[in-house]
Structures are given as C-alpha cells and as structure tokens.
Design a protein around this ligand. Structure first.
Ligand code: 3HC
Ligand code: NAI
Length: 698
C-alpha cells in the first residue's frame, strides 16, 4: 500500500506531502507518517526548512471522524503538532481547499503559513459537539486575539484565506500555483535566515472579563443546551490565564469530556447520516445522470418563488410560470422584495441581487418551458389540477426533461400517470421558506428512472439543499411522521395541558419551536383542509384536533390572521394565550368528556417524541425511508429537531427501544395513541437497536 505521507528533499527544502483521499483526514497512518517524515527532515543535515502540503482536492480536513469513539492509537495528534511546533528548523504549511479542525491546528502549529486565495480555513469541531483538541483554542487567541478566536471556534464557520490573513492566522496568500509559490517562499525564508516562530510563545492580548460572560450568555441563547460552545469559551479564557502547556492540557480534558458526551455522539451520527442520505441504496456508483442547466417552475406562489430563488442563488436560469399576469407579478414582487431585504441587511450586494433576479424569467406561456431540463410544479395542493398540469407539461417539455411535483401529500404515481413518461417523473418536496430551508425530500415514484433519481440528488447539492429519498405515501417521510406528533400534542391540550405547557416542554427538549406554535405558524386551516380532502375512512379519529378545528371555524387560522391558539402581537409576533381560547379549550374538554389533569413535561415529551419514533419505524418497515439516519436528517433540517439529540431515531436508540416500546404501549392503552409499530415490536423482541436495521438486511 502506498504511504499516505512522503518526504522529498529538494535542496534545502524538505517537502512533506500528505495524500490520504478523499479529504486527507488525520487517520492514524497520516499522524504517524507526518511525525516520521518531520523527524527524518530534522535529522537530515542538508535540510534547512520543511514544507508541508497536501495532494488531492484539499488540505487536511481534520481528525478522522470515523476513528472517534475507538481506542486511541499513538501518536496522538496533539503530540504530533507539539513536535512540529517545537522543531528546531522552520516548518511551513501551504493550504489549498479547506484546512479544517485538526488540519487547521496543524497550520497554527507550524511556523510560517501560506494559502491559496481560494482556500478556506476553520475550526468546525463545535458542529460535531466537540472543541478543537490539538491546541486550536490556545493558539488561535494568541495569533488573532480573543474575540476573533471566540467567533471562529464557537461558530465553526470557515473563513477565506484573505480574512485569515487579516486576522494574523495566515502570513501569505498566493493567487495561483501554490506548490511553486510556497516552495519559492521557503527558499526566500532560508535565504533570510528565518527561524522557527511559535504561536505558543505569544501572549494573549488582554480583554475585559465581560467578553467571556457575554459570549457565554449569547451562546446559551444561540446554541441552547449545548455543552461544547460553553466549554470552548472556558478554553479560550484559560488561554488568557494559563501558560500554553497548561492551557493545552486544560483543552485536552475538555475535549475528552465533549467526546464522551451523548451530544457529540449524536452530532457525529448526523455528520455521517447526512452523507449517507445522499446515496441511493442498490444503485451502482456509476449510474449516469442528466445535465440540469436550467429549470422551469409552475406556480409563482410561496413555494415556487422560494424554489426559484434557490436555483438563481446557485446560478441556474429559471423560467417561472403562473396562471396569469397578476399571479406572476405577485410572485415576482415577493422575490424582488426578498432580495431587497437581503441587500438592506448587508447580506447581499445590489449587483449580486440584480444578477440573481436577472436569472429569473417570468411567463404565462407553457411554450417557455420547452427548453428547460427540469420542471418543478408548485401550484395549489389539488391532485386534479396537478394531473392536468402534468398532462400539459408532457406536451411541451422536451424529451428527457425531468418533471417534478412539489406536492406535500399527493400520490406522485397518480400525477406521473397523467404523462406518457412516468419514468421521468418524481416528487421534489421542498420546505417553506424554500430559499432558506435546507431539506429536500426526493420522492421516488414506482416508475421513476434511476438516472432521474441520481440527477435529483445532484441537483439538490447544486442548489445547496440536503436531499433525502422517500417513497410514495401520504406525507412522505416528514409530514407523515408529523401528523401523529401533532395529534399527540393537541390531544395533550384536551387532556389538560395548556398549549403553552406543551410548547414549553418541547422547546426545553430542544425543538426550535413547540408543536402548537408550529401549527399556528403553518396555519391551522392547512391541516383542517388536508383532512377534509381525505375520504372519511382515511381521516382517523379527528377528535384530537377539536380545538384547532373550532379555531378555524372562528377564523383564527394562526399567525397569518393574527391569532390561532395564541394571539400575536403584530410588532413582536409574540404569542399570548387569551382567556377566550382558554375557555374554548375548556368547552371542548367538557364536550369530549376529558377531565383536565396536570401533565408533567416528561410525559409531554415522551408522548410527542415517541409518536414520531413509532411512525418513523413504520415508515422504515414499509421502505418509505431507506435508513433510520435519513429520518434523522429530515427532522434536523426540516422540523427543527435539536442536532445534539441526533434526530428522533438516534434519540430513541439512546433512550433504549425497550423503554420506548413500553411507553408507546402504555400511551396506546391509556390515551388511545397509536399502537406500537410492528418493527418496534420486532426489534425489541430480537434485542436489536435501530443501528442494526438496514433496508437490505432487516
Ligand atoms: N473524517 C473522516 N471522513 C471524512 C472527514 C473527516 N474529518 N471529512 C470528510 N470525510 C468523508 C465523508 O464522510 C465523505 O465520505 P463518503 O464519500 O464515504 O461519504 C467524504 O469524506 C467526502 O466528504 P463530503 O461528501 O463532505 O465532501 P465535500 O467535498 O462536500 O466536503 C469537507 C469536504 C468540507 C472537508 C467536508 O467533508 C467536511 O466539512 N468535513 C468535516 C470537517 C471537520 O468537521 N473537521 C473537524 C474534525 S474534528 C477534529 O479535527 C478534532 C481535532 O480538533 C482534534
Ligand atoms: P401558493 O398558493 O402560495 O401558490 C400557488 C401558486 O400556483 C399561485 O401563485 C397560483 O397563482 C399558482 N397557480 C394556481 N393554479 C395554477 C395553474 N393552473 N397554472 C399555473 N399556476 C397556477 O401555494 P404554495 O404554498 O406555494 O404551495 C404550492 C405547492 O407546494 C402545494 O402543492 C403545496 O402543498 C406544496 N408545499 C407547500 C408548502 C408550504 O409550506 N406552503 C411546503 C411544501 C410543499
């Protein structure tokens, strides 16, 4: 097997190359190879300077996440980096692509640092529930100051090379040909008699104590309940108080605490789940795809407009069609307004906004869709209308164009059947607001061709969405699971919990919003109308929705009418519970024979979250979702489930499926909640966890 790290001595410069595809992660062999090569360069008297560079698409992207949680193998990264910083001859790093986590810590530990202008550097460990564990929290404040270090490490957001240079984290930025430029720089450094310069020798510039208190308070809001961000502040503060070696020791202990935490396990699970979710089981890697150079959208409403912006933001030309000029103009005005808001907030330049707007061409004529590679239909949620539009698209779209529906619930196969080309049809279910939300459910119809699916997964990446494949059923993955969750939340209100108590319990659990507040935001009429559209035998027991339905009848549709369960302040949008609604709830309780009882937050959480889990297992069993991790990604990016809990399925595994089953059974017997799914029963009977489940080998 070829060595992942090699040494090539060229005159006074020893070039150490790291080559560990795909992202040059610091696997054990890389740590050992780097250590050995640097030691060999130090021992070689002809060598005056060492240049560390990477082969392939990127500099080191960090520690090898796949090794986390496994027994430690020496040499440990902090030791390798300390040896590099302590080396007697100058060591230079040259960054292309991304230097992330441990990769950027290598850069910080080296003596001279250069980067390609297109490179990005950062310390994203916090997104894995971790903190930089190889000196990053100690060297960054020494080089860039406390405030910049706190921002970089607690946000986890990479910065570009120019910004890194301005902060003092990079010395030289080269426009092109990094290897040659870095080599020439090494020669100049030798000629100038450059000596090793160590970040650890620097003092941290003093800051006021309040800086840390403010950082902690801000993170307590922005990164609610998360351990790692708070510990990062502790470590950066330690850098201001302790000598480097003690600060590094302190950092290592906090790193180990994070690594052992359930939060990091959950977030690492999500890292890999997100990458798995983009893969379609059973399809060979070389399945071809179709080019998507332009798209068409039918329906310039809430969703169509958001989808158009997502595509234009990624540089794709869009033809946006609505039924008439008025509908089209309404849609385009919203898009213009959204871009203007971004410009106003300084998030987008006027030139960029103009460029993006210029990519969106409005029309009311279907002939305008004749040349596009992909059409996404986003008209009203009316199956007959959708079928009619697909019939028209079949006539106008060019052969090979992909036809997608953004339906939330309808049968994608029935819509595809309105065309002569069901193999080219699928669902692309975006989430609102579509220009912001990252999730995209790619709905595979019975006849959808493999290359159409692969193209959809790639298209999602192009427009910076996270795709998850779903099968056809009412509500696909996300909305189907959301139904029993919402049912449980609303039944809890009938049983005696206040809407605010239900929301507070779920918010405390970590959800971005409580379920009742979500219902108000989405519009209480949406669920109401969706249920009314179903044949009576498919509606199930509607009594849990009694309060919501009564509110709809009163015209309280949610935030859009100023009130639903809550009444909203038009300025602050803060919701309060009005006595009239409290009375309406009490009346519905009496009417349906509920005797109000006090319900603990724990029960609220278990009732709601286990309802998600139970339905998620049914979905897996039916093959609607490919993997438990796919469901977790849907809930992370589409429904505000807290990352540090790893998604509902990971959470259920962490709690223990046996316990989940016991509670789901109790809730079924006592409150009429859904019965345990067959897969939940089966996994528990076989003593298996969620992780052991796979679509192929279940
Ligand atoms: N360890 C192990 N595998 C990794 C990895 C890592 N650090 N980073 C990426 N990979 C794998 C991915 O799982 C994926 O594998 P697959 O092809 O089998 O699915 C493959 O590399 C390619 O990754 P992406 O699909 O994400 O490729 P992109 O080009 O879209 O993105 C990237 C590249 C920007 C490097 C992105 O992968 C990334 O952000 N990686 C994680 C970086 C990170 O979090 N680093 C910190 C690690 S923790 C650490 O360093 C601790 C230290 O302080 C001690
Ligand atoms: P909307 O009512 O905001 O927009 C629908 C648009 O379609 C309007 O501009 C209307 O003029 C246009 N339209 C109606 N009939 C048309 C026709 N015959 N030809 C061309 N255009 C026509 O609706 P919204 O919310 O954008 O929903 C669209 C679709 O997206 C629905 O299927 C909905 O279920 C789905 N969806 C909605 C989400 C949401 O949160 N709003 C989330 C995910 C999917």
């Amino acid at each position: 097997m070829s060595q992942p790290v090699t040494l090539d001595v060229r005159g006074p410069v020893a070039v150490v190359s790291i080559d560990n595809p795909p992202v040059n992660a610091f696997a054990h062999a890389v740590r050992k190879g780097l250590n050995d090569c640097v030691a060999a360069a130090m021992a070689d008297e002809s060598v005056a300077i060492v240049l560390i560079r990477c082969a392939g698409r990127t500099f080191v992207a960090g520690a090898d996440i796949a090794e986390f949680g496994k027994p430690r193998k020496d040499p440990w990264l902090p030791e390798v980096l300390d040896a590099i910083e302590g080396a007697a001859k100058p060591i230079v790093t040259a960054v292309h692509g991304t230097a992330l986590g441990g990769g950027f810590e290598l850069v910080l530990a080296s003596h001279y640092r250069c980067a390609l202008a297109s490179a990005r550097v950062g310390l994203p460990e916090v997104r894995l529930g971790l903190l930089p564990g190889a000196g990053g929290t100690q060297r960054t404040p020494r080089l860039a100051g406390v405030e910049a270090a706190l921002e970089l490490i607690t946000s986890g957001r990479p910065i570009d090379a120019g910004r890194a240079k301005a902060l003092g984290l990079i010395d030289e930025v080269f426009e092109e040909d990094l290897d040659a430029a870095a080599f020439a720089w090494c020669e100049r450094l030798v000629a100038d008699g450059a000596k090793p310069r160590r970040a650890s020798d620097l003092e941290v510039a003093a800051v006021a104590d309040e800086v840390f208190a403010e950082a902690r308070a801000g993170l307590a809001r922005r990164a609610r309940n998360q351990l790692a961000p708070q510990k990062i502040v502790d470590c950066v503060e330690a850098a201001t108080r302790l000598p480097f070696a003690e600060g590094a020791e302190y950092e290592r202990e906090r790193f180990e605490e994070c690594m052992a935490s359930s939060q990091s396990a959950a977030m690492r699970h999500l890292f890999f789940a997100e990458r798995e979710a983009a893969k379609i089981g059973g399809l060979p890697k070389d399945t071809p795809s179709r080019p998507v150079r332009s798209i068409g959208i039918v329906g310039a409403g809430t969703m169509g407009g958001g989808i158009a912006m997502s595509a234009a933001n990624a540089g794709l030309p869009v033809v946006l069609l609505d039924v008439d000029e008025a509908g089209l103009e309404r849609g385009l005005a919203v898009i213009r307004g959204n871009y203007a808001k971004s410009v106003g907030k300084g998030r987008l330049s006027q030139a960029d906004a103009d460029r993006r707007l210029g990519l969106i061409e409005g029309t009311t004529d279907y002939a305008g869709l004749g040349d596009v590679d992909l059409v996404i239909e986003a008209v009203f949620e009316d199956p007959e209308l959708k079928r009619r539009i697909f019939g028209t698209l079949d006539e106008v779209a060019r052969p090979g164009a992909i036809l997608a529906t953004n339906t939330s619930y309808q049968d994608v196969d029935a819509i595809a059947a309105a065309t002569s080309r069901p193999a080219d049809c699928l669902g692309l279910h975006f989430f609102s607001p579509a220009n912001v939300m990252k999730l995209l459910e790619v709905v595979r119809g019975a006849k959808t061709a493999d290359d159409v699916l692969v193209t959809a997964m790639q298209f999602a990446k192009t427009i910076r969405k996270v795709p998850v494949m779903a099968g056809v059923c009412y509500g696909f993955i996300g909305n189907r699971m959301f139904n029993p969750y919402m049912r449980e939340a609303q039944q809890l209100v009938l049983e005696g919990a206040g809407p605010d108590e239900v929301d507070a319990a779920m918010y405390e659990f970590g959800m971005a919003m409580g379920p009742i507040a979500v219902a108000d935001l989405a519009g209480l009429d949406i669920g109401y109308k969706a249920r009314q559209a179903l044949p009576a035998d498919r509606r199930g027991d509607e009594s849990p929705f009694a309060v919501a339905d009564a509110l709809v009848v009163e015209g309280r549709l949610g935030q859009k009418t100023g009130g639903g369960f809550y009444t909203y302040d038009p300025e602050s949008r803060k919701g309060t519970l009005e006595p009239a609604v409290v009375e309406l709830i009490a009346a519905k309780r009496r009417e349906l024979g509920f005797e109000a009882r006090s319900i603990a937050a724990d029960e609220i959480v278990e009732r709601c979250v286990f309802a998600l889990v139970n339905e998620g297992l049914a979905i897996l069993d039916e093959g609607i979702a490919q993997r438990p991790g796919d469901i977790d990604i849907v809930y992370l990016y589409g429904y505000g489930f807290p990352a540090w809990r790893g998604g509902p399925m990971h959470y259920a595994d962490a709690v223990g499926l046996e316990y989940v089953l016991k509670r789901v059974r109790e809730f079924h017997e006592r409150f009429g909640s859904r019965a345990p799914s067959a897969l939940l029963e089966r996994l528990v009977a076989e003593g298996r966890g969620m992780d052991s489940w796979s679509a192929e080998g279940n």
